[in-house]
Design a protein around this ligand. Sequence first.
Ligand SMILES: Nc1nc2c(ncn2[C@@H]2O[C@H](COP(=O)(O)OP(=O)(O)O)[C@@H](O)[C@H]2O)c(=O)[nH]1
Ligand SMILES: [Mg+2]
Length: 303
Amino acid sequence: MGFFNKLKDGLKKTRENFFGKFKKILSGKTLNDEIREEIEELLILSDVGFEATQYILEKLEEIKGGDPFDNLKNIIEDLLSGDNALNIPETHPFVINMVGVNGSGKTTTAGKLAALFSSQNKNVVLAACDTFRAAAIDQLKIWAERTKSSFIAHSEGADAAAVAYDAVKHAQAKSKDIVILDTAGRLHTKSNLMEELKKINRVIKKVVPDAPHEVLLVIDAVTGQNGLQQAKVFKDAVNVTGIILTKLDGTAKGGIAIAIAKELGIPIKFIGVGEKIEDLRPFNAHEFVEALLEGDTVENTMG
Ligand SMILES: Nc1nc2c(ncn2[C@@H]2O[C@H](COP(=O)(O)OP(=O)(O)O)[C@@H](O)[C@H]2O)c(=O)[nH]1
Ligand SMILES: [Mg+2]
Protein backbone atom coordinates (compact mmCIF):
# COMPACT_ATOMS: atom_id res chain seq x y z
CA MET A 1 0.00 0.00 0.00
CA GLY A 2 1.35 3.43 -0.89
CA PHE A 3 1.58 5.97 1.87
CA PHE A 4 -1.38 8.03 0.72
CA ASN A 5 -3.64 4.99 0.90
CA LYS A 6 -2.16 4.10 4.27
CA LEU A 7 -2.87 7.62 5.44
CA LYS A 8 -6.44 7.38 4.16
CA ASP A 9 -6.77 4.06 5.89
CA GLY A 10 -5.36 5.50 9.12
CA LEU A 11 -7.80 8.42 9.03
CA LYS A 12 -10.74 6.20 8.16
CA LYS A 13 -12.63 6.56 11.44
CA THR A 14 -12.33 10.33 11.47
CA ARG A 15 -13.31 10.58 7.82
CA GLU A 16 -16.26 8.23 8.00
CA ASN A 17 -17.70 9.77 11.13
CA PHE A 18 -17.08 13.43 10.44
CA PHE A 19 -14.92 14.95 7.71
CA GLY A 20 -16.11 12.75 4.86
CA LYS A 21 -19.55 14.29 5.26
CA PHE A 22 -18.50 17.83 4.38
CA LYS A 23 -18.43 17.24 0.64
CA LYS A 24 -22.08 16.30 0.52
CA ILE A 25 -23.10 19.10 2.87
CA LEU A 26 -21.12 21.86 1.15
CA SER A 27 -20.30 21.05 -2.44
CA GLY A 28 -22.34 23.16 -4.85
CA LYS A 29 -24.33 24.68 -1.96
CA THR A 30 -24.86 28.18 -0.65
CA LEU A 31 -24.20 28.68 3.05
CA ASN A 32 -27.25 28.99 5.27
CA ASP A 33 -27.93 28.59 9.00
CA GLU A 34 -28.71 24.92 8.73
CA ILE A 35 -25.45 24.20 6.90
CA ARG A 36 -23.47 26.33 9.33
CA GLU A 37 -24.90 24.43 12.27
CA GLU A 38 -24.19 21.10 10.68
CA ILE A 39 -20.57 22.04 10.02
CA GLU A 40 -20.10 23.43 13.50
CA GLU A 41 -21.46 20.27 15.07
CA LEU A 42 -19.25 17.97 13.02
CA LEU A 43 -16.15 20.03 13.74
CA ILE A 44 -16.79 20.12 17.47
CA LEU A 45 -17.60 16.41 17.62
CA SER A 46 -14.36 15.55 15.85
CA ASP A 47 -12.37 17.49 18.50
CA VAL A 48 -11.42 20.48 16.33
CA GLY A 49 -12.18 22.53 19.45
CA PHE A 50 -14.15 25.74 19.93
CA GLU A 51 -11.43 28.19 18.89
CA ALA A 52 -10.53 26.57 15.57
CA THR A 53 -14.18 25.80 14.79
CA GLN A 54 -15.19 29.44 15.15
CA TYR A 55 -12.19 30.47 13.08
CA ILE A 56 -13.11 28.06 10.28
CA LEU A 57 -16.74 29.23 10.24
CA GLU A 58 -15.71 32.89 10.12
CA LYS A 59 -13.28 32.27 7.27
CA LEU A 60 -15.88 30.29 5.36
CA GLU A 61 -18.24 33.25 5.67
CA GLU A 62 -15.55 35.71 4.57
CA ILE A 63 -14.55 34.01 1.35
CA LYS A 64 -16.69 35.18 -1.53
CA GLY A 65 -17.06 32.93 -4.52
CA GLY A 66 -15.70 29.46 -5.18
CA ASP A 67 -17.23 26.22 -4.03
CA PRO A 68 -17.76 26.20 -0.24
CA PHE A 69 -16.32 22.68 0.01
CA ASP A 70 -13.10 23.70 -1.74
CA ASN A 71 -12.97 26.79 0.43
CA LEU A 72 -13.27 24.65 3.56
CA LYS A 73 -10.42 22.45 2.38
CA ASN A 74 -8.24 25.47 1.77
CA ILE A 75 -9.02 26.97 5.18
CA ILE A 76 -8.15 23.74 6.99
CA GLU A 77 -5.00 23.26 4.92
CA ASP A 78 -3.89 26.80 5.75
CA LEU A 79 -4.50 26.16 9.44
CA LEU A 80 -2.41 23.00 9.35
CA SER A 81 0.43 24.43 7.29
CA GLY A 82 3.50 25.30 9.29
CA ASP A 83 7.20 25.03 8.91
CA ASN A 84 7.37 21.29 9.39
CA ALA A 85 10.93 20.80 8.14
CA LEU A 86 13.36 19.46 10.72
CA ASN A 87 15.86 21.95 12.10
CA ILE A 88 18.94 19.99 11.02
CA PRO A 89 22.22 21.63 12.10
CA GLU A 90 25.18 22.06 9.75
CA THR A 91 27.49 19.99 11.93
CA HIS A 92 26.44 16.71 13.46
CA PRO A 93 25.21 15.34 15.72
CA PHE A 94 21.62 16.42 15.18
CA VAL A 95 20.05 16.02 18.63
CA ILE A 96 16.34 15.31 19.02
CA ASN A 97 14.68 15.25 22.41
CA MET A 98 11.41 13.30 22.46
CA VAL A 99 8.99 14.39 25.18
CA GLY A 100 5.40 13.61 26.11
CA VAL A 101 3.25 11.81 28.67
CA ASN A 102 3.44 8.08 29.32
CA GLY A 103 1.84 5.98 26.64
CA SER A 104 1.76 8.75 24.04
CA GLY A 105 4.12 6.77 21.82
CA LYS A 106 7.54 8.30 22.49
CA THR A 107 9.56 5.09 22.48
CA THR A 108 7.76 3.63 19.48
CA THR A 109 8.14 6.89 17.60
CA ALA A 110 11.82 7.15 18.52
CA GLY A 111 12.21 3.68 16.98
CA LYS A 112 10.25 4.62 13.88
CA LEU A 113 12.33 7.79 13.46
CA ALA A 114 15.52 5.76 13.84
CA ALA A 115 14.25 3.48 11.07
CA LEU A 116 13.42 6.43 8.85
CA PHE A 117 16.85 8.02 9.35
CA SER A 118 18.66 4.69 8.90
CA SER A 119 16.89 4.28 5.58
CA GLN A 120 18.47 7.61 4.61
CA ASN A 121 21.89 6.17 5.52
CA LYS A 122 22.22 8.18 8.71
CA ASN A 123 23.89 6.77 11.81
CA VAL A 124 21.53 6.98 14.72
CA VAL A 125 22.13 6.83 18.48
CA LEU A 126 19.14 5.93 20.63
CA ALA A 127 19.42 7.04 24.25
CA ALA A 128 17.32 5.47 27.00
CA CYS A 129 16.63 8.54 29.12
CA ASP A 130 13.47 6.99 30.56
CA THR A 131 15.31 5.33 33.43
CA PHE A 132 12.20 4.96 35.54
CA ARG A 133 11.50 1.34 34.56
CA ALA A 134 13.90 -1.34 33.32
CA ALA A 135 11.24 -2.39 30.80
CA ALA A 136 11.39 1.04 29.17
CA ILE A 137 15.12 0.61 28.63
CA ASP A 138 14.61 -2.88 27.14
CA GLN A 139 11.86 -1.61 24.84
CA LEU A 140 14.19 0.98 23.32
CA LYS A 141 17.01 -1.55 23.07
CA ILE A 142 14.85 -3.73 20.83
CA TRP A 143 14.25 -0.75 18.55
CA ALA A 144 17.99 -0.06 18.47
CA GLU A 145 18.65 -3.64 17.37
CA ARG A 146 15.88 -3.55 14.74
CA THR A 147 17.12 -0.30 13.26
CA LYS A 148 20.85 -1.03 13.67
CA SER A 149 21.26 2.06 15.82
CA SER A 150 23.79 2.56 18.60
CA PHE A 151 22.23 2.21 22.01
CA ILE A 152 23.19 4.19 25.10
CA ALA A 153 21.67 3.29 28.46
CA HIS A 154 22.49 3.29 32.14
CA SER A 155 20.80 1.15 34.74
CA GLU A 156 17.27 1.62 36.03
CA GLY A 157 16.93 4.68 38.25
CA ALA A 158 20.00 6.42 36.80
CA ASP A 159 20.09 10.14 36.11
CA ALA A 160 18.36 10.75 32.77
CA ALA A 161 20.54 13.76 32.01
CA ALA A 162 23.69 11.65 32.46
CA VAL A 163 22.40 9.19 29.85
CA ALA A 164 21.68 12.06 27.48
CA TYR A 165 25.14 13.50 28.07
CA ASP A 166 26.82 10.17 27.34
CA ALA A 167 24.75 9.67 24.19
CA VAL A 168 25.68 13.06 22.77
CA LYS A 169 29.34 12.57 23.75
CA HIS A 170 29.33 9.16 22.07
CA ALA A 171 27.76 10.58 18.93
CA GLN A 172 30.35 13.32 18.76
CA ALA A 173 33.29 10.98 19.34
CA LYS A 174 32.05 8.45 16.78
CA SER A 175 30.80 11.00 14.22
CA LYS A 176 27.22 9.78 14.43
CA ASP A 177 24.62 11.82 12.57
CA ILE A 178 21.63 11.81 14.86
CA VAL A 179 20.91 11.34 18.58
CA ILE A 180 17.35 10.59 19.67
CA LEU A 181 16.68 10.97 23.40
CA ASP A 182 13.76 8.86 24.58
CA THR A 183 12.60 10.47 27.83
CA ALA A 184 10.20 9.57 30.62
CA GLY A 185 6.63 10.81 30.79
CA ARG A 186 5.23 9.96 34.18
CA LEU A 187 2.80 12.74 34.91
CA HIS A 188 2.12 12.18 38.59
CA THR A 189 5.43 13.87 39.23
CA LYS A 190 4.78 16.60 36.71
CA SER A 191 7.04 19.31 38.11
CA ASN A 192 9.89 16.84 38.60
CA LEU A 193 9.42 15.61 35.07
CA MET A 194 9.66 19.13 33.66
CA GLU A 195 12.77 19.75 35.77
CA GLU A 196 14.28 16.51 34.48
CA LEU A 197 13.57 17.51 30.87
CA LYS A 198 15.05 20.96 31.41
CA LYS A 199 18.13 19.40 32.97
CA ILE A 200 18.57 17.12 29.95
CA ASN A 201 18.40 20.14 27.65
CA ARG A 202 20.92 22.00 29.81
CA VAL A 203 23.41 19.19 30.17
CA ILE A 204 23.64 18.28 26.48
CA LYS A 205 24.51 21.91 25.69
CA LYS A 206 27.82 21.29 27.43
CA VAL A 207 28.70 19.00 24.53
CA VAL A 208 26.74 20.55 21.68
CA PRO A 209 25.91 24.18 22.52
CA ASP A 210 22.95 24.54 20.15
CA ALA A 211 21.39 21.19 21.14
CA PRO A 212 18.67 20.04 21.33
CA HIS A 213 17.91 21.05 17.75
CA GLU A 214 14.44 19.62 18.03
CA VAL A 215 12.22 19.02 21.03
CA LEU A 216 9.43 16.90 19.62
CA LEU A 217 6.31 16.61 21.73
CA VAL A 218 4.51 13.33 21.16
CA ILE A 219 0.73 13.56 21.55
CA ASP A 220 -1.67 10.62 21.45
CA ALA A 221 -4.59 11.67 19.21
CA VAL A 222 -6.91 9.35 21.14
CA THR A 223 -6.55 11.53 24.24
CA GLY A 224 -8.02 14.46 22.30
CA GLN A 225 -8.64 17.72 24.14
CA ASN A 226 -7.03 16.26 27.25
CA GLY A 227 -3.82 15.65 25.33
CA LEU A 228 -3.96 19.22 24.11
CA GLN A 229 -4.11 20.52 27.69
CA GLN A 230 -1.09 18.38 28.63
CA ALA A 231 0.72 19.70 25.60
CA LYS A 232 0.39 23.23 26.94
CA VAL A 233 2.26 22.19 30.10
CA PHE A 234 5.16 20.85 28.04
CA LYS A 235 5.13 23.87 25.76
CA ASP A 236 5.48 26.21 28.73
CA ALA A 237 8.25 24.18 30.36
CA VAL A 238 10.53 23.03 27.55
CA ASN A 239 11.01 24.73 24.25
CA VAL A 240 8.91 22.44 22.06
CA THR A 241 9.82 22.81 18.37
CA GLY A 242 7.44 20.32 16.81
CA ILE A 243 4.52 17.99 17.41
CA ILE A 244 4.28 14.32 16.58
CA LEU A 245 0.65 13.25 16.60
CA THR A 246 0.34 9.49 17.07
CA LYS A 247 -2.49 6.94 16.94
CA LEU A 248 -4.61 8.81 14.42
CA ASP A 249 -5.66 5.34 13.30
CA GLY A 250 -7.17 4.70 16.71
CA THR A 251 -9.62 7.58 16.90
CA ALA A 252 -12.58 9.15 15.10
CA LYS A 253 -11.57 12.46 16.65
CA GLY A 254 -8.64 13.21 14.37
CA GLY A 255 -9.88 16.80 14.23
CA ILE A 256 -7.59 17.26 17.24
CA ALA A 257 -4.80 17.86 14.70
CA ILE A 258 -6.54 21.09 13.72
CA ALA A 259 -7.05 22.14 17.35
CA ILE A 260 -3.37 21.51 18.04
CA ALA A 261 -2.23 23.55 15.06
CA LYS A 262 -4.50 26.46 15.99
CA GLU A 263 -4.10 26.50 19.75
CA LEU A 264 -0.46 25.54 20.24
CA GLY A 265 1.00 27.35 17.28
CA ILE A 266 3.67 24.65 16.97
CA PRO A 267 4.00 22.82 13.65
CA ILE A 268 3.02 19.17 13.40
CA LYS A 269 6.15 17.51 12.01
CA PHE A 270 5.15 13.85 11.89
CA ILE A 271 2.02 11.77 12.28
CA GLY A 272 1.60 8.16 13.31
CA VAL A 273 -1.14 6.08 11.73
CA GLY A 274 -0.24 2.64 13.07
CA GLU A 275 2.19 0.59 15.10
CA LYS A 276 4.49 -0.51 12.28
CA ILE A 277 7.78 1.09 11.34
CA GLU A 278 6.37 2.50 8.12
CA ASP A 279 3.37 4.06 9.86
CA LEU A 280 5.19 7.25 10.76
CA ARG A 281 5.47 9.93 8.10
CA PRO A 282 6.49 13.55 7.79
CA PHE A 283 3.34 15.63 8.05
CA ASN A 284 2.03 17.20 4.89
CA ALA A 285 -0.99 19.48 5.32
CA HIS A 286 -2.24 19.07 1.76
CA GLU A 287 -2.01 15.30 1.81
CA PHE A 288 -3.64 15.19 5.24
CA VAL A 289 -6.61 17.32 4.16
CA GLU A 290 -7.11 15.24 1.01
CA ALA A 291 -7.06 12.02 3.03
CA LEU A 292 -9.44 13.49 5.59
CA LEU A 293 -12.05 15.15 3.39
CA GLU A 294 -11.96 13.29 0.11
CA GLY A 295 -12.66 9.66 -0.49
CA ASP A 296 -15.36 7.34 -1.56
CA THR A 297 -16.02 5.83 1.86
CA VAL A 298 -19.04 8.00 2.57
CA GLU A 299 -20.75 7.23 -0.71
CA ASN A 300 -19.98 3.53 -0.29
CA THR A 301 -21.46 3.29 3.15
CA MET A 302 -24.58 5.04 1.92
CA GLY A 303 -25.12 2.73 -1.03
N1 LIG B 1 -2.29 2.30 16.73
C1 LIG B 1 -1.19 2.99 17.01
N2 LIG B 1 -0.48 2.69 18.11
C2 LIG B 1 0.63 3.39 18.38
C3 LIG B 1 1.07 4.44 17.54
N3 LIG B 1 2.20 4.95 18.09
C4 LIG B 1 2.45 4.27 19.22
N4 LIG B 1 1.50 3.30 19.40
C5 LIG B 1 1.37 2.35 20.53
O1 LIG B 1 1.19 3.05 21.74
C6 LIG B 1 1.68 2.28 22.84
C7 LIG B 1 2.56 3.13 23.75
O2 LIG B 1 3.72 3.48 23.05
P1 LIG B 1 5.11 3.81 23.73
O3 LIG B 1 6.03 4.12 22.60
O4 LIG B 1 5.52 2.74 24.66
O5 LIG B 1 4.75 5.14 24.55
P2 LIG B 1 5.66 5.98 25.55
O6 LIG B 1 5.22 5.63 26.94
O7 LIG B 1 5.35 7.42 25.25
O8 LIG B 1 7.08 5.66 25.29
C8 LIG B 1 2.40 1.11 22.22
O9 LIG B 1 1.59 -0.03 22.30
C9 LIG B 1 2.61 1.52 20.76
O10 LIG B 1 2.67 0.43 19.89
C10 LIG B 1 0.29 4.76 16.36
O11 LIG B 1 0.58 5.68 15.59
N5 LIG B 1 -0.83 4.00 16.16
MG1 LIG C 1 8.61 5.06 26.55
